[in-house]
Every structure is written in C-alpha cells, then in structure tokens.
Design a protein around this ligand. Structure first.
Ligand code: ZN
Ligand code: CU
Length: 487
C-alpha cells in the first residue's frame, strides 16, 4: 500500500481549469500532488475527511505590492489567510529590485510611488539576484514571483524622472533588466500613469520590452491613463506587446473617474479585438474603489476619498479628505496638497463596470493590496474570498470553477508559473481547502484588517501553512525563478 504525507479525502475538487467539481481523494508526497483518484487505497501520515468542502489549487495573487513584505513580514497573513499561496510582486513599475537609491533618497522617502513598498531603509537590493536570495532566506509563507519595475530602473539611472530617458540611460536600464531576467525575473512592469514614469515615451518602454521575448517573460502595465483616454492607453500597451512579441497583462483594468463610468463594454470590446491577434490578459480587484498614493489629479469633490496615510499628518489616517478639508477651512485640493506625501482610497469606480470586467474571461484576480498602509483598502485582506463568496456564490456573476480558474489555472498559464495553478498529478501541492457555503471576506473600508471566513486549510508546497486556528508557523514558500518552457 502506498504511503504518502497527506491524503485529503472526498473533497469536491475544483481543479483550476474551469472544469466542474468532482468528489475525489488527493494524495500529496514530497511537496507534490502524487495521486488523484475517486477512492484511494493508500495511507498517509495525515488524512483529512473533507466531505462538504472544496479543494482548489492555492490562489495566485497576480497583482501585489508585497515586494518588501515577503521579507519583512514573511508570515504573509493577509494573503495566506485568503488561501493565496503565490504572490506576483513588482507591479505598476515599482519593484524592490534592482534598486540603488540616490544618496539624497536614502534619508528621505523613495520617489513616488516606490514609497508604496516602504521607506528607503527597505530598498536594500542593488541587484535582482540579491533580492531573490533575500526572499529565499526569509522563508516566506507563500511563493514569490517577481517583475522588474520600469520606474525603479529609471530611478537607478536618471538624475530626474520628469523627462524621457536618453540612449545611454536606456542602455543602462537594459543592462539592469537583463541581469534581473537572468536571475529569474518573470517580466517587466510599467506604471506610466504615475508622474515619475509618465514622461517616458513608448519608445523607451519598447527598448526595454525588446529583451523580454527571448526570456519568455511578460509585460504588465498600469497604463498611461485609466480615464478619458483609456482606449489610447490600451493601444499603447498592446503595441508594446505586438512589437516585442510578448504577452501583455493590463493591471487593475478599470474605468476610473465618474466621467468614465459606463465604458466597461467599450473597453472590453477593445481588449477582445486585440486578443484576436495577440496574447492579452488583465487583472482586477473586486471593489468599486481604488487605492494608491494621494494624487492631486484624482481629487474630485464628487468622489469620496479616504486618507490611508500621510507623512506630515499621520493623524489623518482613516479620515475622509472632505472632513479634513472642512476642519482646515481649505478646498479638498489644498488639503490634499498639505497632506502629501500621502496615500488614499478613491471611491471612483462604478460597481457595474467593475463586475463586467471581473466577469470577462481574460480577467484574473489581483488584490493590488498595499501592505504598508496603516489603514489599508480592504482588498489587502479580502479579495479572494470576496470573489468566491460575494460574486460567485451570492451574485452568481460566474460559477465557482470559473472564479477559481481566474485565480489559479489562468494566472499560472499567463505568468508561466510551471506546474502550479491546477490540482493535477505531478504538480506542486499548493492547495486550499475551504467551505464553499461560508467563504467570505470580512474586511471592510472601516475595519480593513480582518481575516476572511471559511478557509479550512492552506498548503504551500505540500506543507500546511494555515488552518482555521491561524498560521501554523511553518513557512514553506519559495522564490519562483522564471523557467523557460517549451510551448
Ligand atoms: Zn497600479
Ligand atoms: Cu498596483
């Protein structure tokens, strides 16, 4: 009789491909899924009767800013408590590596929005290899795959960021990017909407993206705009993909700003047209509000804005900008200027648009959670159970297998994460067992730091990392270096 490390019996297995659930026994050995059968004649050190529960591949958070958290807070509670077993870091043009802050930046805040990843003291990885080694040494609770941020590269080589890079700066940025790709980076990200990258031309991005194809890496982008000119920004992103022959992943696709509400259909039509020629995906978080650094361009009295942090006014955390402005007898714009540098939550997305985008077959789930915020957007703790509980079970926006596919099989395929994202024999045993009747987010805008309900057990590389009783204390995540696969 076969002896294994773990057998989960009689679970409803949702395998990550989108297929319907099936009641099966799943055996795990040496960190891998060893056998899957209707009734397994084997024994294991640990056996779980999972009748009534759903067993799925561990969730992949496709859009995170956990770059420094996986090292500084390797328990990764906000994520593993949701059933997440892998995080993609380095999004929106910002990454912890390769970064060499300028002397004057070392004692102040890193350039916006790199400050979303933490203070200057957390940027300690001059090369991507140094970062990969630090992640491995910190033994995070979840697996980590990393993109290289374009803004981070700009800051390494440019004296100022409000202009286009010149040819010699681009050559230096390319050398940094190549080092990172050689050390296992999975792709390049841009954050062209942010001031510190906005002056970069498409040509600057193209010259960097040219290195991606031979490495089978991807291009992800927080596009140049998500408001009026969103279609132009999409075309720019798609052109980078088609000219460089790399897959494109549009970050947190949304129609931002009240004047753009109702445009999701048009945006998705543009996406679908391009998808007939090239590989494109996008990620989305399941909330009608965004969050980032406080951007004066987004201050609009019609939009409810909550301040999440402020360096000169830490007491503003959790307060509404409207109230602060009133107390100070200033306009919201003036108050916002006084609060900077700061972070904010903007209730500037239409729920209807968000649902359309979330339900689209090219859409993956990404939290975009900001772990350094003292009063974070609830997406940090609630994204995945919210998609499963609220949008699949309650609202029936999509089926449970479709929802799971958006957070497992699809991202594994799009980001080329080898042998992950499916409950399949031979694959790594990243698994989550949950109650499909009760799974739900509990984090709210007023009370955002709360673990979700309904998660029974989470295994990372075959090791139990989280249960109903909380983290087990055994952290089994790995740094996932890009692997080139024959396609
Ligand atoms: Zn972004
Ligand atoms: Cu982001």
């Amino acid at each position: 009789m076969l002896a294994c490390d773990l057998i989960v019996r009689r679970a409803h297995v949702v395998d990550g491909t989108g297929r319907d659930p099936e009641q099966l026994d799943v055996a795990v050995s040496n960190g891998r899924i060893a056998t899957i059968a209707t009734s397994l004649n084997a024994s294991a050190r640990t056996e779980i009767d999972a009748e009534g529960l759903t067993l799925a591949p561990g969730f992949i958070d496709t859009h995170t800013h956990d770059d420094t958290s996986v090292i500084e807070a390797p328990e990764m509670l906000p994520k593993i408590s949701q059933g997440v077993t892998t995080v993609i870091v380095g999004n929106c043009g910002i990454s912890a590596a390769p970064v060499r802050l300028k002397p004057e930046q070392q004692n102040s805040t890193p350039p916006d929005p790199m400050n979303l990843l933490g203070g200057a003291e957390l940027f300690r990885y001059p090369t991507f290899r140094a970062y990969a080694e630090a992640v491995s040494a910190s033994k995070p609770a979840v697996n980590v795959a990393a993109l290289v941020g374009h803004t981070a590269l700009r800051n390494n080589h440019m004296d100022r960021l409000d202009r286009e890079a010149n040819p010699s700066e681009i050559a230096s940025m390319r050398a940094d990017l190549q080092e990172a790709l050689d050390a296992g980076a999975i792709g390049l990200s841009t954050g062209l909407a942010y001031y510190n990258a906005n002056a970069a031309s498409s040509n600057e991005v193209l010259q960097l993206a040219a290195l991606l194809a031979s490495a089978q890496a991807v291009y992800t982008t927080h596009m140049r705009t998500e408001t009026e000119a969103i279609l132009d920004a999409m075309h720019e992103a798609f052109e980078v993909g088609s000219k460089s022959r790399v897959p494109v992943i549009v970050s947190h696709l949304k129609c931002a700003g009240i004047d753009n509400w109702g445009r999701a259909e048009e945006v998705l039509h543009t996406l679908d047209t391009a998808r007939t020629y090239q590989t494109i995906a996008c990620d989305c978080y399941p909330y009608a509000a965004g969050s980032s650094t406080l951007d004066l361009k987004q201050v609009d009295p019609r939009v409810e804005i909550t301040i999440t942090w402020s360096t000169p006014h830490p007491e503003a955390s959790g307060q509404s900008l409207a109230q602060i402005a009133e107390a100070w007898s200033l306009t919201q714009f003036e108050a916002a200027r006084k609060l900077q540098p700061a972070g904010a939550i903007y209730h500037s997305i239409s729920e209807i648009d968000m649902r359309r985008i979330l339900a689209h077959p090219a859409t993956m789930i990404g939290s975009d959670g900001l772990p350094h915020d003292p009063h974070p957007h609830p997406r940090l703790w609630g994204t995945f159970p919210r998609v499963l509980g609220r949008y699949a079970r309650e609202e029936k926006l999509f089926s449970l297998p479709q929802a799971i596919h958006k957070m497992t099989g699809l991202p594994a395929q799009r980001f080329h994460l080898k042998e992950r994202g499916q409950v399949r024999e031979g694959f790594h045993a990243d698994l989550v067992l949950f109650n499909p009747e009760t799974i739900l987010d509990t984090a709210t805008f007023t009370d955002p730091i709360r673990p979700s309900q309904g998660i029974h057990s989470v295994w990372v590389n075959g090791t139990l990392g989280y249960t109903v009783a909380g983290a087990t204390g055994t952290r089994a995540g790995r740094f996932l270096a890009r692997s080139i696969t024959a396609s």
